[in-house]
Design a protein around this ligand. Structure first.
Ligand SMILES: C[S@@+](CC[C@H](N)C(=O)[O-])C[C@H]1O[C@@H](n2cnc3c(N)ncnc32)[C@H](O)[C@@H]1O
Length: 398
């Protein structure tokens, strides 16, 4: 085991701090903050870079705090920024987004601001973990598959935490707990099978083996005045508050840059969140490759006239649009997604990114396709973690 003393200089996208050894090699350090001297155990050494974790603090960052959740000390890898004050987390997210838009996106002076404020704790309506050898719910140790049993979770909604504390999950390898915070409905998806699993009364349990053989299971959530069916295999945002914050930021961008837009394309539409909020009163086409999400979207928006196409972005035959809302997976729009935006002819694109690295790449591709960045709002959707959610506007020029 090699332990080195390092001075961190900044935070990298993904949540680790960055330091440099005397040799010049970059080290990504888990559990560190910016501008601190730490003892780092190197866990992965390569020629050009290394990774490590903090095993001691020599001179703490001004942003360092004692992690508020006791399970961090026990090795729980669920949150990677509990050692940073909540206001510092917020500042670092803003800095990282501006940095990536400058460096990767090639935007000299990007407009980046804070989005709607969100609490760091007790909001998350979906958590994913496993079972420990005694069958208790567990998160995984950081950068490991080893389970760390927990009986509470600071970031989870109380309805989720209750299942964590009282459920028994046998020999499950995957346990996803999902609740409707505003409907009270709860569901646990267990892999490979739900046999023998015990949960509090009223919680729906389904095995991934049952889902694979065609069984459907869902809960409902309330967001922006509508009720949304969310099936076991459909994506939904991390909390209803987070979903509403995203909708508000997307709506602001459309009102500011494309208020007259009549035709809206919702790329990566999931269960129809943007189609069913900012799309209301407009002609809407949603594009989504996940069959479960498309079925939910068609059900959720049956009264609106929105049309959902079940197809992967790269195979979609574009419909003309005045505005595009795109909310891709972490890998971003990439070349095929940007080509789809361009092919709609839309004058404005609102991009929702859950990974700043892909935001930087997409901003560069969009600029090459003729769309200028007109502003980004950073949302603290994932409190106590280095994960960052950003809503950005891109206006076609020329
Ligand atoms: C981050 S989620 C956003 C969903 C929705 N906009 C919402 O806010 O709930 C991304 C969605 O994109 C879908 N997706 C991922 N890659 C895709 C692709 N290549 N083509 C179409 N949909 C894709 C996923 O199935 C998922 O539903």
């Amino acid at each position: 085991m090699t332990v080195v003393e390092l001075r961190t200089t900044a935070m990298a996208v993904g949540g680790e701090a960055v330091a440099r050894e005397a040799s010049g090699r970059v080290v990504f350090v888990g559990g560190a903050g910016p501008d601190e001297t730490v003892l780092v155990e190197l866990t992965d050494e390569r020629k050009t870079f290394a990774r490590g974790v903090v095993v001691g603090v020599v001179e703490p960052s001004a942003d360092r705090v004692a992690p508020p959740c006791p399970h961090v000390e026990e090795g729980c890898g669920g949150c990677d920024w509990q050692h940073l004050a909540v206001d510092a987390q917020h500042r670092l997210r803003l800095e990282q987004v501006a940095d990536v838009l400058r460096r990767t996106g090639g935007i000299a002076d990007p407009e980046v601001g804070a989005g709607v404020a969100l609490a760091a704790e007790r909001l998350r309506t979906t958590v994913r973990g496993t079972a420990d050898p005694e069958g208790h719910f567990a998160f995984r140790r950081r950068r490991s598959h080893e389970p760390v049993a927990v009986d509470s979770c600071l970031i989870a909604h109380p309805l989720v935490e209750d299942v964590i504390a009282r459920g028994w999950f046998g020999e499950a390898t995957d346990v996803t707990i999902r609740v409707g915070a505003r409907t009270g409905e709860r569901m646990v998806v267990v892999g490979p099978s739900a046999k023998g699993v015990r949960v509090p009364d009223g919680v729906l349990v389904v095995g991934t083996d049952e889902l694979s053989s065609g069984h459907r299971a869902w809960i409902h959530e309330e967001v922006a005045g509508r009720t949304w069916r969310v099936s076991a295999r459909s994506f939904f945002q991390a909390s209803p508050e987070g979903a509403e914050a995203l909708v508000a930021e997307v709506a602001t961008s459309i009102e500011r840059f494309a208020p007259e837009a009549e035709r809206l394309v919702d790329l990566c539409s999931g269960v129809g969140l943007f189609a069913g909020t900012v799309g209301l009163g407009r002609s809407v086409v949603g594009v989504e490759r996940n069959a479960s999400a498309v079925a939910d979207a068609r059900h959720n928006l049956a009264d609106t006239g929105a049309r959902f196409v079940k197809v992967a972005l790269g195979r979609w035959r574009p419909s003309p649009a005045d505005v595009v809302v795109a909310d891709p997976a972490a890998s971003g729009l990439a070349a095929e997604g940007v080509a789809a935006v361009l092919a709609t002819g839309a004058a404005h694109c609102v991009l929702v990114s859950c990974d700043p690295a892909s935001l930087g790449r997409d901003a560069k591709l969009l600029a090459a396709a003729g769309y200028a960045h007109v502003g980004s709002s950073v949302l603290d959707l994932f409190g106590h973690t280095g994960q960052i959610e950003v809503v950005s506007g891109f206006r076609r020029f020329g």
